[in-house]
Design a protein around this ligand. Structure first.
Ligand code: NAD
Length: 487
């Protein structure tokens, strides 16, 4: 087998970059390690400024052709990519699970179907875009959605292919070309996506994939003068760096960042549903940006809530994410595990009580944890842990619930459990969050806007919001026949 190929669970993956339709190797590599058992999944080409510049050049060269491709043809190719994803869904699922440790059953049932849906949805949306005309004193104003140019898309490791295609699909649908940089801890499915896209007939250079550490290849992408859009999903510190780098050319940015979202449980809620919603926050070992990690419970039901939560959480099965019976898999990397445990140990030292968990497990595993006796201004309540760690605080009335819920620098999401529709209306109106769920979690229509308030993000993507971002929206005003300047 070529030194540039690796095999994961029987699936062969090219470990080189994909630039201008060709596989390109770097002189250096980095080792991609499985969070399941620490085994090596392959030596991955480690991109530098040189490969970054080459990928942007390829995207720039391919742009005029793809931008001029009629929308119906672009949509046809994107649907073919979706078909390719469906055909290889099982392979993508098993590779993703080995690479980032999230549950195989989630990849099979929810995530890979959603990856294909991302392409079909934006292909359909492209053909439905509203080109409505307006008329002012006889002048028509025609709105067009022009492709913007090469886009740099930078993604994290917690839901690699789903988050990448959430950006790749609308960027391509809009007529742009793309340089995708997946996270260094989970690069494999992006490489498979490059194969699938090429097989579906996407022209060379329209989708480029470069791998490597953000600190080594990032600036070559985000400070590049030929890049017209940057969409980033990841942490707040990296976002600050990217925003500063993009400032050189005022490149428009979309930032989908971290969170510290609340779950508000009122005494009038269906308590079993509220407990289910709370336990659900351990999904993907808590490595979910939207996770409602701060549980806020009305004091009168707090003891009963905690009893039922503890009972349910203690029955969760933690183990190999490839096993269909597993509920919680490993955390992504020893460094992430260190970070999680640091937060928990500091919280315990500051007086928090671990009602559930509070310690490491074997290998990359961290025990699902619930901490009580935490102060609103403490680190564990204010900072994103990104692990299976929840806190529980109580409140006595709606005002206090809203004050606690809004009391961090984040504003990604919020969930409200209540049996009173009027309360739901009152409370949701006062919450600062990009997405608010009432008696549910995670469900979302791709037509709806997605993004964060405060430091959880800048901008919104989804439906028209994606096209607003990935297009140069243009208004062409045409005079009526015979119009004169000094008429
Ligand atoms: P991260 O910021 O460390 O890395 C994200 C990506 O940025 C990686 O591909 C990384 O290589 C790249 N990067 C790092 N430094 C860079 C630089 N200087 N220039 C360019 N790129 C650079 O984040 P992470 O640890 O991979 O992901 C976890 C974070 O992502 C959490 O904060 C989580 O909340 C957030 N997240 C947000 C959403 C959302 O939609 N809001 C979704 C998932 C994850």
């Amino acid at each position: 087998m070529s030194e540039h190929l690796t095999t994961v669970a029987g699936v062969t993956i090219d470990t080189r970059h994909f630039i201008g339709g060709e596989r390109v190797a770097s002189t250096e590599t980095f080792t991609d390690v499985s969070p399941i058992d620490g085994s090596s999944l392959g030596e991955i080409s480690r991109g530098t400024a040189m490969e970054g510049a080459a990928a942007v050049a390829a995207a720039k060269a391919a742009f005029p052709g793809w931008a001029a491709t009629p929308p119906a043809e672009r949509a046809r190719i994107l649907r073919a990519v979706a078909d390719g994803v469906d055909e290889r869904a099982e392979e993508l699922a098993i590779v993703e699970t080995n690479d980032n440790g999230a549950l195989l059953r989630s990849h099979r049932r929810g995530i890979m179907p959603r990856v294909a849906h991302n392409f079909r949805f934006f292909a359909d949306w492209l053909l439905k875009l509203d080109h409505e005309d307006f008329t002012t004193r006889g002048h028509t104003n025609h709105v067009s959605w022009d492709p913007a140019g090469p886009c740099v898309l930078i993604t994290p490791w917690n839901a690699p292919l789903m988050l990448a295609t959430w950006k790749v699909a609308p960027a391509l649908a809009a007529g742009n070309t793309v340089v995708l940089k997946p996270a260094e801890w989970s690069p494999l499915t992006a490489s498979l996506l490059a194969d699938i896209a090429a097989g579906a007939g996407l022209p060379a250079g329209v989708l480029n994939v470069v791998q490597g550490y953000g600190s080594e290849i990032g600036d070559a992408l985000t400070a590049h003068p030929d890049v017209r859009r940057i969409s980033f999903t990841g942490s707040v510190p990296t976002a600050r760096h990217i925003a500063a780098s993009a400032a050189a050319h005022l490149t428009p940015l979309s930032l989908e960042l971290g969170g510290k979202s609340p779950l508000l449980v009122f005494a009038d809620a269906d308590l079993d549903l509220a407990v289910d919603l709370a336990v659900e926050q351990y999904d993907n070992a808590g490595q979910v940006c939207l996770a409602a990690t701060r549980i806020l419970v009305e004091e009168t039901v707090a003891a009963e809530f905690t009893r039922r939560f503890t009972d349910k959480a203690s029955r969760l099965r933690q183990g190999d994410p490839r096993d269909e019976a597993t509920d919680i898999g490993p955390t992504i990397h020893p460094r992430q595990l260190e970070k999680i445990d640091g937060f928990v140990q500091r919280a315990l030292a500051a007086g928090a009580r671990a009602v559930v968990g509070g310690r490491r497990g074997e290998g990359h595993y961290y025990a699902p944890t619930l901490l009580t006796d935490v102060a609103q201004d403490s680190e564990i309540v204010q900072e994103e842990v990104f692990g299976p760690v929840l806190t529980l605080q109580t409140f006595t009335d709606e005002d206090e619930a809203v004050r606690l819920a809004n009391g961090t620098r984040f504003g990604l999401a919020a969930t409200v459990a209540t049996g009173d529709p009027e309360r739901a209306e009152r409370v949701t109106a006062r919450l600062v969050a990009g997405t608010v769920w009432v008696n549910c979690f995670f469900v979302r229509d791709l037509q709806a806007p997605f993004g964060g308030s405060r430091q959880s993000g800048v901008g919104r993507e989804g439906g028209n919001w994606s096209f607003d971002f990935y297009c140069d929206v243009k208004n062409t005003v045409t005079a009526p026949k015979g119009w004169k300047v000094h008429g």
